[in-house]
Each structure stands twice: as structure tokens, then as C-alpha cells.
Design a protein around this ligand. Structure first.
Ligand code: PCA
Length: 320
């Protein structure tokens, strides 16, 4: 009897190990970032729902692959799954970057509507590379961090400006500033060494990088609401059994809902935390907003002039 039970247990263990999968998941942002915390919960849910048959290990802050290499690593199956900042792919097709165009979508409702319009288009573009989106989560609307108050766009003239994608580089250039590409995890170092003196990012990233150590002022210009995306390699996903696939998709849906909620909560709590830590939080002047909107209008014209038909279709369906 005992022997039979042991044999059955051994057989079960074998069956589990034969199908159990250990996946590595590179992400760009640190452990304190709400996106990362959401991903950790996503992987916990997948592990629980599959009784450990799919065990995903999160490698945060670019520790496994640098941010710029994560998409390629999922594409070439170095890893099965990963996260990145969606608009970094705008060099492939401007469809990926519409969420980082100033004053197109500036609230969560608009950002969600834009994602509805963007999702089918980028799903198709990613499928051409063997990639499948699992879910996408917005950052809080982006605000301006500087030393001293910024009253008009002219006040940005000549400032060395931290950028995280091509759109922000164009934005900084049009504002007369000098853009420098810096990863989120390198922000404190970049300010400390004088590489940059100003930035536009979320209150979340401001707090995660202890912005009060290097800037005095923050203003919620709320000019765009960019997103992260989690993608899986389609062949790796197809290699999972049906139950595991269903568990991943269900956890992804939950993670997307939870992520947008976490984001909205942080838009408030992290702005408050900036103030609590001594940063002067002020409302942007009408002159500043007007100047930024002018830059946004120029950028949107440029975007339209170079956009693919499918990218233009996103804007059309969003505006209707
Ligand atoms: N934080 C990320 C992307 C947008 C955001 O709010 C960053 O600053 O790199």
C-alpha cells in the first residue's frame, strides 16, 4: 500500500515536472514602481492558478536585459515574456507612440479610449514579430520637474532635459531645451552629475527617484498618459497547455484592471508625497499651457506627416 502511494506520488511529481515551466521575465523599472508590483502580483496569480506549473521569475530594473533590449529578447525567445515602455517602439511604427503625443489623451478616460483604438493595430504589428500583448497599464499623467518655477516655455530654454523616448526628445527640442536619453533607474545619478537639470515624468517616477534630492518644483502639466505593455512570445505561449494559457490570460486581464487602478491611486498619493518631501507643487500658468499646446500641435502635424496608415487609423477611431 505504502509502496503504491509512493509510486503514485513519484509519478505525479514526474508529470508535474514534465509540464512545469520556469519563465524569466525582464522588466525595466525598479521594485518600488507600481508597474513592477503589479507584475509580481500577476506572476503570483499565474503560479497559484496553475499549481506552480508556470513559475515566472521577475527580473526588474533592467537587471536581465537593458530596457532597449527587452522586446528583442522576447522576440528571439531569449525570454518568453517581458515588459517595456510601449512608445519606445515608435521608431518601428508611429502607431506605438501615439500615447506619448502631447495633448492627444490627457486623462485616464481618454487614455483608456486611446488604448481601445491602439490595441488592435499594435496587436497586428506585434504579431508580425511573433509577439502577443497580454496587457497594458498607463502611468499617471506626466508632469514637469525643475529647479525653480517655470512660468512660460521660454523658461525651459537651454535646460538639459531628461528624455525617455523620441517624442519627449522632440518636445524638449521644440521647447529650446537639450534632451538627453536617460533610463528611469538612472535619473538620480543623471541629476547628481549634472547631465540633466529638468524632466517630465509621472509623480510615481518622481517619488521612486527621490526627486526632492535634485529639484525644487513640480507642476502637473498632464500633457500625456503613456503606457507600459507586457508581451509574450506567441510560440512560447502556444506551447503551454490550454489550462495554463487560460490562467495567463485571466491573470493578465486582472492585472490590467488592477494596474490602471494602482496608477490612478498613485497620481494622487505620489503628488502628495512630492509635496510632503518638500517639493513645491504648483498649477501651470495659462501661458505655460498655451506654449506647451503649441508644441503639441506642431508635434502632431509632424506625427501625421510620417505616420503609417494604421497609425493614422488609431487617431481617426479615437477622435470618432
Ligand atoms: N515613468 C517612466 C515612463 C513614464 C513615467 O511616468 C520614466 O520616466 O521613464
Amino acid at each position: 500500500m505504502k509502496h503504491t502511494i509512493l509510486c503514485a506520488a513519484a509519478a505525479m511529481a514526474l508529470a508535474t515536472s514534465a509540464t512545469a515551466q520556469d519563465w524569466d521575465m525582464p522588466t525595466p523599472y525598479g521594485d518600488a514602481t507600481f508597474h513592477t508590483q503589479n507584475i509580481v502580483q500577476f506572476t503570483d496569480e499565474v503560479r497559484a492558478a496553475t499549481d506552480g506549473a508556470l513559475d515566472i521569475t521577475v527580473h526588474s530594473a533592467g537587471s536581465l536585459f537593458p530596457h532597449s533590449e527587452i522586446k528583442g529578447a522576447v522576440r528571439n525567445r531569449s525570454v518568453p515574456i517581458g515588459e517595456f515602455f510601449l512608445s519606445t517602439l515608435s521608431n518601428e511604427d508611429l502607431a506605438f507612440g501615439i500615447d506619448s503625443q502631447p495633448f492627444v489623451a490627457t486623462s485616464y478616460d481618454e487614455a483608456a479610449k486611446l488604448w481601445d483604438a491602439q490595441k488592435p493595430v499594435i496587436t497586428e504589428l506585434l504579431a508580425e514579430q511573433g509577439l502577443m500583448p497580454l496587457y497594458s497599464v498607463a502611468w499617471p499623467a506626466q508632469g514637469l520637474y525643475t529647479n525653480g518655477e517655470i512660468a512660460t516655455v521660454e523658461d525651459l530654454n537651454g535646460l538639459r532635459f531628461r528624455a525617455y523616448n523620441a517624442a519627449l526628445e522632440e518636445f524638449a527640442t521644440l521647447a529650446g531645451a537639450a534632451p538627453v536619453q536617460i533610463e528611469a533607474s538612472d535619473i538620480p545619478q543623471a541629476f547628481a552629475t549634472g547631465q540633466v537639470a529638468a524632466m517630465i515624468t509621472s509623480p510615481s517616477t518622481g517619488v521612486n527617484s527621490t526627486a526632492w534630492d535634485f529639484v525644487t518644483h513640480y507642476t502637473p502639466i498632464n500633457a500625456w498618459v503613456p503606457k507600459n505593455i507586457v508581451v509574450v512570445n506567441k510560440r512560447m505561449f502556444d506551447g503551454l497547455d490550454a489550462d495554463t494559457q487560460a490562467a495567463v490570460l485571466a491573470a493578465a486581464e486582472t492585472a490590467q484592471t488592477r494596474g490602471w487602478e494602482m496608477s490612478a491611486a498613485e497620481a494622487e498619493s505620489m503628488t502628495a508625497a512630492l509635496a510632503e518631501n518638500g517639493i513645491t507643487v504648483y498649477e501651470p500658468s495659462p501661458e505655460l499651457i498655451a506654449g506647451l499646446q503649441e508644441i503639441g500641435a506642431t508635434m502632431l502635424e509632424n506625427w501625421k506627416a510620417s505616420a503609417s496608415d494604421s497609425a493614422l487609423a488609431i487617431l481617426e477611431s479615437y477622435n470618432n
